[in-house]
Each structure stands twice: as C-alpha cells, then as structure tokens.
Design a protein. Structure first.
Length: 125
C-alpha cells in the first residue's frame, strides 16, 4: 500500500472574546486519534510562552504534525472558537458571571496524495 506525506497544524490563537483552537484527528483502525498522538507522527512545536520564533504573532501555541498515511485515510479538523452571545443589558445582570459560549465545527478530509487533502461531505454521513 502506497503511503503519502501529510502535514497538518494544531494551534491555539487569540481572537475576540478568547481563543480559537484547531486540532486534527486521524482515523486509525476503528477509531480516531489526535494527529499528534499517531504512532507515525513527527512533531514540531512552538509556544509564545517560551518565546519560540516559530510562533507567529497572535498565536498561543502551534504544533506541526507530519504523517505518512495511505491514500483514502480520513482526517478530521476540529475548530472551536468563542461564539458571542447577544443579550439585553438586564440579562447580563440576571445571569451573573458568564462563561463564553463556543462554536464548534468539524470538517472531514481524505488523503489524496502527497500533501493533498480533499474535503469530504457531511461529517455525519
């Protein structure tokens, strides 16, 4: 079975009202595993806390993951970011301390070749 190189990046970055987090998952056997935890993963990390040069402005941390996967392997990109809530001023007072609601989106991809991922339809299908 022919293997193809795949590069994905997990990251957390600063956005209005909090942070946006993107994490990649790879289908392995009958389940899913984080790309960074895949047995064949090669990982490079950078963090703004450590002052790493590979961490662009506005990025909290970034993790570059390189994999070798067979054609057709599914990958899932999970994106989570703050979702602003619009409330009347009195509602803010009634609810007290507010947590920030989060919007989540998942997108499926399939390995199509070296460094090529193609989007797959509805993740529930």
């Amino acid at each position: 079975m022919r293997l193809y190189r795949v590069h994905v990046s997990d990251e957390a970055s600063v956005v209005a009202r909090g942070e946006r987090v993107r994490v990649w998952w790879v289908q392995l056997n009958d389940g899913w595993v984080r790309a960074a935890e895949h047995p064949e993963a090669t990982i490079e990390t950078a963090s703004s806390e450590r002052g790493d040069e590979g961490c662009p402005p506005g990025t909290i941390w970034i993790r570059h993951v390189e994999l070798q996967l067979p054609a057709g392997t599914l990958l899932r990109c999970h994106l989570s970011q703050p979702s602003p809530e619009r409330l009347e001023p009195i509602e803010y007072l009634r609810r007290g301390q507010l947590g920030v609601a989060r919007a989540r989106r998942e997108t499926l991809f399939r390995v199509a070749g070296n460094y090529r991922l193609t989007p797959v339809g509805d993740p529930k299908s």
